[in-house]
Design a binder for this molecule. Structure first.
Ligand SMILES: NC(=O)c1ccc[n+]([C@@H]2O[C@H](COP(=O)([O-])OP(=O)(O)OC[C@H]3O[C@@H](n4cnc5c(N)ncnc54)[C@H](O)[C@@H]3O)[C@@H](O)[C@H]2O)c1
Length: 256
């Protein structure tokens, strides 16, 4: 995949980047741009086959793939520790992975609620904390946490619990931006709109997809590449004075 812009200006060569959710969609596209820009990517996911395919598509050398369930707290912390030990540094964390299930309000039992909180939100907190510690010695770091328009305006019907996790991401990000800013580490939120990935199509019908498109000023869904570019920008030298920000890559959907 070509990033579609000159990569040399990003200052990513030699950086080490953990990308969660790298087997699919936006995470995979972000991992590909980072690799093409010269970063060493630690690509993580629970999807074994998807991750193998994604890892094989990364340009350049020095990348690793890690099967990690970010719903498991110990696995999050050991991922950062292992990457640091192996690479000797950690510069970038893209917290992309998440799960979405569209369920009626009655369909969310406590186990499902806890699963969404663990995978979508708790993982981001503990990965940010561990990555921040790993980045502090070099006084340089970039963390990008993925939220959603649902975290700002509420979820569509069936996505209430998911939306709660995504609202939490925004507050978590701002708080970490304050905690880690004095150490030269920026922490930002990427808020995708309707991006054409497997997750976007979860539980959607042609009618609901058309209705979603109709709410977008640009009149179409975005691609994973278009969305990933925003995350890579926030992870680059070009975004050196941006922190605590919510960057919406959504065709104008939120327009706040
Ligand atoms: N696609 C959209 O329209 C859209 C809209 C708003 C927000 N988002 C957000 O963007 C991010 C990327 O979404 P996407 O559309 O690329 O989704 P996707 O479903 O294509 O990819 C998500 C990846 O996360 C992985 N994953 C899920 N649970 C995991 C776990 N426990 N441990 C490790 N990996 C796990 C999946 O295996 C998958 O590879 C997510 O945070 C999502 O909430 C997407």
């Amino acid at each position: 995949m070509s990033a579609g812009f000159p990569l040399a200006t990003l200052g990513l060569a030699g950086r080490v980047a953990i990308v969660t959710g790298a087997a699919s969609g936006i995470g995979r596209a972000a991992a590909e741009i980072l690799a093409a820009a010269g970063a060493r990517v630690v690509a993580c996911d629970v999807d074994t086959a998807g991750l193998a395919a994604a890892g094989a598509a990364l340009r350049g050398g020095g990348h690793t793939t890690e099967i990690v369930d970010i719903g498991d707290l110990a696995a999050c912390e050991s991922l950062v520790a292992r990457s640091l030990a192996r690479e000797g540094r950690l510069d970038i964390l893209l917290n992309v992975a998440a799960v979405l299930r569209r369920l009626d309000l009655d369909g969310i039992d406590e186990a499902e609620w806890q699963r969404l909180m663990r995978v979508n939100l708790r993982s981001q907190y503990f990965l940010c904390r561990a990555a921040g510690e790993a980045m502090k010695p070099r006084r340089w770091g970039r963390i990008v946490n993925f939220s959603s328009g649902a975290g700002v305006v509420g979820g569509f019907v069936g996505a209430t619990a998911y939306a709660v996790t995504k609202a939490g991401t925004i507050t978590l990000t701002k708080s970490f931006a304050k905690e880690l800013g004095p150490h030269g580490i920026t922490v930002n939120t990427l808020s995708p709109g309707s991006i054409d990935t497997p997750m976007q199509r979860t539980g959607m019908t042609p009618e609901t997809l058309a209705a979603a498109r109709a709410r977008i000023p640009l009149g179409r869904m975005g691609t994973a590449l278009e969305c990933a570019r925003g995350a890579v920008f926030l992870a680059s030298d070009l975004a050196s004075y941006i922190t605590g920000h919510v960057l919406a890559v959504d065709g104008g959907f939120l327009m706040r």
